[in-house]
Design a protein around this ligand. Structure first.
Ligand SMILES: N[C@@H](CCC(=O)N[C@@H](CS)C(=O)NCC(=O)O)C(=O)O
Length: 311
């Protein structure tokens, strides 16, 4: 595979762990750019034009946002082994979507309960912890909050359900083949494992713990570090992949080339403005020009994002 894959991520990010594990599953080599955990993130914003969520996948001057799309891109580039086996077609994506939203926010609320929070932050200094909490409050905006008792109750039930899913001895959540569902469920449970003070909730689930080990054993592929400034310079020196001649799905009464914003619909809703250059059933992309990154095309999945015409 000739594409240089650059993952912008940080070690304790669950969604980054999802992509690292997929890179391991597919045996890929990648460049690792460690980005800040809180704003400001000037190099990230140069590349995306506003989207700040973690992680990003960069291939030259193409920037892929959101792990649902990143998984599809890695599948396109390296189809074997597949994330979408025929055995679990359809249901794998649906379980992944549940895990990436419902399970994820349950886990975050559970781990950040008073008993767990110190083990999440490890020995970070108090100022850093305060900055993180303030950053995430702004990041979540008006998104609905769960309360700890509901998160504890929900996580107990979800863990029982996942244990039941694995109880017939199958190696992977949806049967004999690994699928995207394994990676989406894995990163949430991985975060619970890291919150050691409250991770005891996993102990009563031996099939789940053994399955976690199987996913972990897939590794992270091979990587080499890259400075974020070098990644921005590489974008500036590259040309985005051509989108000419692609079918253009018009759901908004918008033509190719119109100025739009694209933004997540749930949290971290910072819009990215540009020229709409790609509109597929499951992906949209805008072209923008940045003072440092040059001409870039920023890609988003369609699910969970909204496209609006710039008036
Ligand atoms: N649906 C997004 C969710 C990404 C997400 O929520 N990432 C968290 C970190 S794991 C985040 O962006 N936190 C704020 C930040 O890193 O600035 C995806 O699949 O990529």
């Amino acid at each position: 595979m000739s594409h240089q894959l650059i993952l912008h991520h940080y070690p304790r990010s669950p969604f980054s762990e999802k992509v690292r594990a997929i890179l391991g599953f597919k045996g890929l080599h990648w460049n690792s750019v460690i980005i800040p955990t809180v704003m400001p993130k000037p190099d990230v914003i140069s590349l995306t034009g506003g989207y700040r969520r973690t992680p990003l996948l960069q291939i030259g001057a193409d920037i892929y946002c959101d792990t649902a799309l990143i998984a599809d891109v890695l599948e396109r580039l390296a189809p074997t082994p597949t994330l979408y086996p025929a055995e679990s077609a359809g249901v794998a994506r649906i379980q992944a979507q549940w895990a990436d939203f419902t399970l994820f926010w349950t886990v975050i609320t559970y781990c950040f309960q008073p008993a767990g929070v110190q083990s999440v932050f490890g020995n970070q200094p108090p100022e850093q912890i305060k900055a993180f909490i303030a950053d995430r409050a702004a990041f979540r905006g008006n998104a609905p909050r769960m309360h700890v008792p509901e998160a504890v109750g929900a996580l107990r039930l979800y863990l029982q359900q996942l244990e039941a899913q694995l109880a017939d001895g199958r190696p992977w959540l949806l049967g004999r083949s690994t699928s995207i569902a394994d990676f989406s469920v894995y990163h949430g449970i991985w975060f619970v494992q890291g919150a050691t003070a409250v991770a005891g909730i996993l102990e009563a689930h031996p099939h789940l713990v053994a399955w976690m080990e199987r996913v972990r054993a897939l590794g992270h592929g091979t990587s080499e570090t890259m400075e974020s400034g070098a990644a921005v310079a590489l974008a500036a020196a590259s040309t985005p992949a051509s989108t000419e001649g692609e079918d253009f799905l018009d759901l908004h009464g918008l033509a190719r080339g119109e100025r739009v914003t694209v933004a997540p619909t749930d949290y971290g809703i910072d819009p990215v403005e540009g020229e709409l250059v790609l509109s597929r059933p499951n992906e949209v992309a805008v072209r923008r020009v940045d003072a440092r990154a040059g001409e870039v095309v920023v890609h988003f999945p369609r699910l969970g994002f909204q496209v609006r015409k710039v008036e």
